[in-house]
Design a protein around this ligand. Structure first.
Ligand code: UDP
Length: 362
C-alpha cells in the first residue's frame, strides 16, 4: 500500500531541507507519495520560487499564501488552511521541518486530527524561550511521533524533556544537501565573477534573526562592525527582506554603504560564496553549519547556538551582537587554521535514513 505524506514547508531553510528528502522520496515510487504544501510564509521569488526551480523540489499542490502579520495571526491562518488539506488528503504522515510558524502549524493541525507527525531537525534547543523558533521547536517536538534528530545532543535534549519514544539520530539533512550541491555550485554559479570577488578574498555575512533585527541597538552594533571589516576586505551581505525593512525603519542605511549588499541569493550562488569566503559572519542556523561543512571559519552573531558541535570543534565563535567582540573574533578567525575533526552531523545519508523510518513506522 502506498504511504501518503503531506509535507509542510513555508520558509527558505525548509525548502532546502525538503529538497533532499523529496529527492529520496522520488526513489520510492509506489511505496510513498508526497503532497507538498507551501504555507506562503516566504513568498518573494528569491526567497521561494528560485529554490523550487534550482533544487528541483516538487511543485506544491497547495499554496496557502499566508504571509505577514503577527505570529498569532500567521500561525492561526496556517493552522486553519492545513487542517482543511489534511481532512481532504488523509495522509499517513505529516512531515515538518525545523522551527518556523509553518512547522508549528503543521504539527498542531496534524496532531489534533490524530495524524502522526514526523519532525526533521527534532531536539534542537537554544534554551532561549524568547526566540520564536525555540517555542515552535519545543511544541512541535512534544506532539511529534517520529523525532528525526540531526545530532546526539538533540537526542539528549529530548531525553531531558522526557521524550524518548520515536527518537532517532538520523544525521543532518543539511549535510546531505552540502555534499550534493558543493561541486554543482562551484561549476554552475557565476556569482564570484559577477560581484568581482576573488577566491578567499572576501567576507560573507547574513543577518535576519529577530533577536538582532528587532533591536535597533543590536542591529546598529552588528552593521557598525561589518562596515569596519569592509574597510579591509569586501563584505558581501545578501539582505533578508525583514532586515532590509528594519534597516530602513531605524534609519541605518548609511552603515550599508561600504558593504556589497545584494538581494537574497539563490542556493547555488550562496553555496558558491560560502565555499570561497575567507570568513563567514552570520546569525543563521543553516549558514553556521555550511561554514563548518566547507571548512570556513565562522563567527555567530548570537548569544547562543543550537549547533554547539561547531563551537566545540573550534570552527565557530559565538560573539553576540557586540561590535568589539565581533571585530576581535574576526581578527582571530583570519588566523584560524584548524581542520574539522569528527563528524557530528552524520555521514550525509540523513534523507535515506528518514525515508527508512517513514516506511517502517505508521
Ligand atoms: N541561503 C540562501 N541564500 C541567501 C541566504 C541564505 O540560499 O541569500 C541559504 C543558506 O545557504 C542556508 C539557508 O538559506 O542553507 C539558511 O536559511 P536561513 O538563514 O534563512 O534560516 P536558518 O537556517 O537560520 O533557519
Amino acid at each position: 500500500m502506498t504511504r501518503k505524506i503531506v509535507t509542510i514547508v513555508g520558509a527558505r531553510p525548509q525548502f532546502i531541507k525538503a529538497a533532499a528528502v523529496s529527492r529520496e522520496i522520488l526513489k520510492h515510487p509506489g511505496e510513498i507519495e508526497e503532497v507538498m504544501v507551501h504555507t506562503g510564509q516566504h513568498y518573494d521569488p528569491n526567497m521561494s520560487q528560485v529554490f523550487f526551480d534550482e533544487l528541483e523540489i516538487p511543485a506544491p499542490k497547495y499554496n496557502l499564501e499566508v504571509s505577514g502579520g503577527g505570529h498569532g495571526a500567521m500561525t492561526g491562518r496556517m493552522l486553519e488552511g492545513i487542517e482543511k488539506i489534511l481532512l481532504e488528503e488523509k495522509p499517513d504522515w505529516v512531515l515538518i521541518y525545523g522551527d518556523t510558524n509553518s512547522t508549528l502549524a503543521g504539527a498542531l493541525a496534524a496532531s489534533k486530527l490524530h495524524i502522526p507527525v514526523a519532525h526533521v531537525e527534532a531536539g534542537l534547543r537554544s534554551f532561549n524561550m524568547r526566540m520564536p523558533e525555540e517555542v515552535n521547536r519545543i511544541l512541535s517536538d512534544r506532539v511529534s511521533t517520529l523525532l528525526l534528530c540531526p545530532t546526539d545532543v538533540a537526542v539528549e535534549n529530548l531525553a531531558r524533556e522526557g521524550i524518548v519514544a520515536g527518537v532517532h539520530n538520523v544525521g543532518d539533512v543539511m549535510y546531505d544537501v552540502a555534499l550534493y550541491y558543493r561541486d554543482r555550485a562551484r561549476s554552475e554559479s557565476r556569482i564570484l565573477q559577477s560581484l568581482g570577488l576573488q577566491e578567499g578574498g572576501f567576507v560573507l555575512t547574513t543577518c535576519h534573526r529577530a533577536e538582532n533585527t528587532d533591536s535597533r541597538e543590536r542591529l546598529t552594533s552588528i552593521l557598525s562592525a561589518l562596515s569596519q571589516i569592509a574597510t579591509e576586505l569586501p563584505v558581501v551581505l545578501p539582505l533578508h527582506p525583514r532586515t532590509r525593512k528594519l534597516v530602513a525603519d531605524y534609519g541605518l542605511e548609511s552603515y550599508l554603504q561600504g558593504l556589497t549588499v545584494v538581494e537574497p541569493l539563490s542556493f547555488l550562488d550562496m553555496v558558491a560564496l560560502e565555499q570561497s569566503a575567507k570568513v563567514i559572519l552570520t546569525d543563521s542556523g543553516g549558514v553556521q553549519k555550511e561554514a563548518f561543512f566547507y571548512q570556513v571559519p565562522c563567527i555567530t552573531m548570537r548569544d547562543e547556538t543550537e549547533w554547539v558541535e561547531t563551537i566545540e570543534l573550534g570552527w565557530n565563535r559565538l560573539v553576540g551582537a557586540n561590535r568589539e567582540q565581533i571585530l576581535e573574533a574576526y581578527s582571530q578567525a583570519l588566523e584560524c587554521r584548524t581542520e574539522v575533526q569528527g563528524a557530528p552531523y552524520g555521514t550525509g545519508v540523513a534523507s535515506r535514513v528518514i525515508l527508512e523510518e517513514l516506511l517502517k513506522e505508521g
